[in-house]
Design a protein around this ligand. Sequence first.
Ligand SMILES: Cc1ncc(COP(=O)(O)O)c(C=O)c1O
Length: 386
Amino acid sequence: MTAPRTPEPGTKLPAVGTTIFTVMSALATEHGAVNLGQGFPDFGCDPKLLDAVTAAMAAGHNQYPPMTGVPLLRERIAAKIEALYGRHYDAGSEITVTAGATQAIITAILALVRPGDEVIVLEPCYDSYVPNIELAGGVVVRVPLVPGSFRPDFGRIAAALSPRTRAVLINTPHNPSGTVWTAEEMRQLEELLAPTDVFVISDEVYEHMVYDGALHQSVARFPGLAARSLIVSSFGKTYHVTGWKVGYVAAPAVLTAEFRKVHQFNVFTVNTPMQHALAHYMADAAPYVDLPAFYQRKRDLFAEGLARTRLRLLPSEGSYFQCVDISAVSDLSEADFCQWLTREIGVAAIPLSAFYGDGFDQRVVRFCYAKRDETLRDALTRLAKL
Ligand SMILES: Cc1ncc(COP(=O)(O)O)c(C=O)c1O
């Protein structure tokens, strides 16, 4: 008998290795650095939300919920979208609860993208988009946002459209840059896609983090976009519970039907007590209505401190990310600068090059300010040397 042997699996994702978030978080721990790298809050959620989970479990909500999500939660999501963005989605046929935005995005891509279909991503972009498209057998078409301003360049998006384009992935408020698309930009996208059969996957996980009185421009506000879009959002970002991994997709019934065909076989159902708790908690709009003020104060606290350094601040119009230009401080590449900053200054950040397929380096790094004021002050004391 020959010795047991694990067959060589090859790889479906040759370009994928350990993510920069894991690398930087490990380095931050090793050097006792303040971790402003990975995007998650270091503070707790509202205790009422925790009580609602306990109550849901005690009430016996511990078995599989409906495949599409707990009905009351879908109704509350639909009511919220209608109240905020003026579009009615049917809770029965147009809203699906997902295991976070990550599962929502890969499910949307697997449902829509066929082998050889082109999908446009606007770089820099969230790291799951490209591998998701590749797993579906799609062809990734990378279009850069304008370097420096990170605004969409509609000339370049138009040039990237082809008869094989199946979908465009957009993300506003934007990770990593913190830009927020304007109504005019959304209208430009609407106009550009009007003569096409291209779908939009709209990643709106930071929808409740838009500052300085601006409004989130959901695709739901634009009829021509809403008709061709799957909207992705996440309770993790809105309610400070990124570890819960509960989100949702809102899309016209025909798109939702295709989405659910994949959803029922890649996750089937999503955590029952959390869904009941979120449904209960959503009855009060205050937590998401008050969120911009909550984060804008943190953004300003952090920005005021950074303004005393030679780091040049880029606008953080939304999300919980602050980008800075490092060129007055260092000649290092973004990635080397982040390593140096973690080791020598004691603050972890993420290089923007990590969000580009070709590692484009524009001397900009990203900090996350979803942190307690003490954490931000500690980081600022360390960064004051720059
Ligand atoms: C732009 C963007 N999309 C999606 C996600 C994933 O969200 P979730 O944790 O709900 O899967 C994140 C999380 O960081 C994100 O920044």
